[in-house]
Design a protein around this ligand. Structure first.
Ligand code: 5GP
Ligand code: MG
Length: 208
């Protein structure tokens, strides 16, 4: 669901991008304040829905780091945390094959799971991870994503908790990267075409 305040944010003019990032970010899509408010309300929803239960949070690396840190410090219910490493974007804006770079360590059999990811795009990542987690026989799996691009969906998968629905744009910041850059931006912004037109190739090798 799109709140009117979120929609207004999509119109944030380019001039709102801090000078430091103007060549690389064409506009801010979701401000730091909007992120803060929405993550608080997501945490409140989760807290309400899982009241009285112990939660195992499985978070997908690396894109969830900022979102997860903000989300879990708002939760007071008992929880355990584990990570899975999944990589689908390798230095570009087009999806490639899914690679597991870190496996789960906690035993999740019979547990209430909350799977956290940064963005739900084609749905291939979530569908694949959900199938993998399902084989471990948890009691229940709920999913939480910061961003959702419903127009790009290929797999029939939806998240139970969605921070913001966004249009089909490649975004960076607040944990989301392009070639491992821009994760540290405190806002979610649209990647400037200059960045990928100038060649992901050189950026990837520069990052090595
Ligand atoms: P899906 O498998 O749903 O197509 O893609 C999910 C993954 O693709 C996300 O976890 C994220 O890593 C990456 N992704 C999809 N859209 C974007 C985007 O707009 N920006 C960034 N930085 N990553 C994206
Ligand atoms: Mg990711």
């Amino acid at each position: 669901m799109f709140l009117r305040s979120q929609r207004r944010d999509l119109m944030t003019p380019r001039s709102n991008v801090p000078m430091r990032w103007r060549d690389e970010v064409s506009r801010i899509l979701i401000t730091k304040a909007e992120l803060h408010r929405r993550v608080n309300s997501l945490a409140a929803e989760i807290e309400r829905d899982f009241a009285g239960r112990e939660l195992v949070i499985v978070s997908l690396l690396n894109g969830t780091v900022l979102f997860l840190a903000d989300l879990i410090r708002r939760l007071t219910l008992p929880l355990r945390l584990d990570f899975m490493g999944v990589s689908s974007y390798r230095g570009g804006t087009e999806a490639r094959e899914l690679i597991f770079t870190k496996e789960l360590r906690l035993d999740v059999r019979g547990r209430d799971l909350l799977l956290v990811d940064d963005i739900l795009d084609t749905g291939k990542t979530l569908a694949c991870v959900l199938a993998k987690l399902g084989r471990l026989k948890p009691k229940e799996i709920k999913t939480c994503v910061l961003l959702d691009k419903p127009s790009r969906r290929v797999e029939k998968v939806a998240a139970d908790y969605v921070g913001f629905e966004i249009p089909d744009l490649f975004v960076v910041g607040y944990g989301l990267d392009f070639a491992e850059r821009y994760r540290n931006l405190p806002f979610v912004g649209v990647l400037h075409p200059n960045v990928y037109l100038n060649g992901a190739e050189s950026m990837t090798s520069a990052a090595k």
